[in-house]
Design a protein around this ligand. Structure first.
Ligand code: COA
Length: 260
C-alpha cells in the first residue's frame, strides 16, 4: 500500500511513524486509518523493529480528532461501522506485541487522544493539549475513549473530561498520569528515541512478553493474569537472552542480547 498520510522512518530498531496531514491538524480520515491498519500489520512481523514511536507532523497537532467532514456524513448504521473500524485499528496498535510510544506534539483531541491512549505510554511536548470534545459535536468518544481514559486516569476524571469536553494542557496531563513525561517541543522526539533506545537495549523477547502481560491485565482477572504471566515468564526462561542475561550478571559483564 502507498502511504499518502503517513511517514515512516526506521533507525536503530525504532520505527517513527508520523501522521502527516498537518494542514488538517493530522485529523484521522478513513484513508489515514486504513494506512495505519496496513502499516501496523506489517510492523508486527518486521524483525528490524523493536519499538514504535507514533507522532504527528508539524508543531501544532498530534491528531486533532477524527475527520469531522467524514463524521458529518454518518447515520446510525454507518456510525457503528465507523466506530468499529477505528476501534479495530487502535486495538491492533495496542496488541502489536511491541511497545508503541505516543510522542504527543500538540493537540490530541477526540480520536487523537484515543490514539495516544491505544499506545502503551505517552510522552508530550509542553504545548500539547488533550481532550475528548465529542460532546460538543453531539457524539461520544467512539474509538475507545470511554474505556481507556478511565483505566488510565480513573473513572471520576475520565467522566468529567468526557462530559465537559474540556481540554487540558500537558502539565495537567502529567499530573493525572495521562503522560509519563513532558519535554520541550524541540526535545520531544529525541527524548522519545532515547527511551526507545533504552528499551531496544534489553532482551527483545522479554520486552515483547512484558507488553503482552501488561496489556492483558486490562482484560483478565488477577488469577488469570497471574497464570498468563507465569506462562510468559516460562517462555522467557527458554530463550538464549535469558541464559545470556543471567550469565552476564554472574560474570559481571554487559549482556549481549540477540532477541532470541
Ligand atoms: N477534522 C477535520 N478537519 C479538522 C479537524 C478535524 N477533527 N481539526 C482541525 N481541522 C482542520 C480545520 O477545519 C482547518 O481546516 P481549513 O484550514 O481547511 O479550514 C485546519 O484543520 C486548521 O484548524 P483550525 O480550526 O483553523 O485551527 P485552530 O488553531 O483555530 O484550532 C483546534 C485548533 C484543534 C482547536 C480546532 O481545529 C478544533 O477544535 N478541531 C476539532 C477538534 C475536535 O472536535 N476533535 C474531535 C473530533 S471527534
Amino acid at each position: 500500500m502507498n502511504y499518502n498520510n503517513l511517514l515512516i522512518e526506521i533507525n536503530n530498531r525504532t520505527a517513527v511513524v508520523t501522521i502527516n496531514r498537518p494542514d488538517k491538524l493530522n485529523a484521522l480520515n478513513k484513508k489515514t486509518l486504513e494506512e495505519l491498519d496496513d502499516l501496523f500489520s506489517k510492523l508486527k512481523f518486521n524483525d528490524e523493529v523493536g519499538v514504535v514511536i507514533l507522532t504527528g507532523a508539524g508543531e501544532k497537532a498530534f491528531v486533532a480528532g477524527a475527520d469531522i467532514n467524514e463524521l458529518n456524513q454518518l447515520n446510525a448504521i454507518t456510525g457503528i461501522e465507523f466506530a468499529e473500524f477505528g476501534q479495530s485499528v487502535f486495538n491492533k496498535i495496542e496488541n502489536l506485541g511491541k511497545p508503541v510510544i505516543a510522542a504527543v506534539n500538540g493537540f490530541a483531541l477526540g480520536g487523537g487522544c484515543e490514539l495516544a491512549m491505544a499506545c502503551h505510554f505517552r510522552v508530550a511536548s509542553e504545548n500539547a493539549k488533550f481532550g475528548q470534545p465529542e460532546v460538543n459535536l453531539g457524539i461520544l468518544p467512539g474509538y475507545g475513549g470511554t474505556q481507556r481514559l478511565s483505566r488510565i486516569v480513573g473513572i471520576g476524571l475520565a467522566t468529567e473530561l468526557i462530559l465537559t469536553g474540556d481540554m487540558i494542557d500537558s502539565s495537567e496531563a502529567y499530573r493525572i498520569k495521562l503522560v509519563n513525561h513532558v519535554y520541550t517541543q524541540n526535545e520531544l522526539l529525541t527524548k522519545a528515541k532515547e527511551i526507545a533506545d533504552k528499551i531496544n537495549s534489553k532482551g527483545g523477547f522479554a520486552v515483547q512478553m512484558s507488553v503482552k502481560g501488561i496489556t492483558a491485565s486490562d482484560e483478565l482477572s488477577e488469577k488469570d493474569g497471574l497464570s498468563y504471566e507465569a506462562s510468559l515468564f516460562g517462555l522467557c526462561c527458554g530463550t538464549n537472552d535469558f541464559k545470556e542475561g543471567t550469565s552476564a550478571f554472574l560474570e559481571k559483564r554487559k549482556p549481549n542480547f540477540t532477541g532470541k
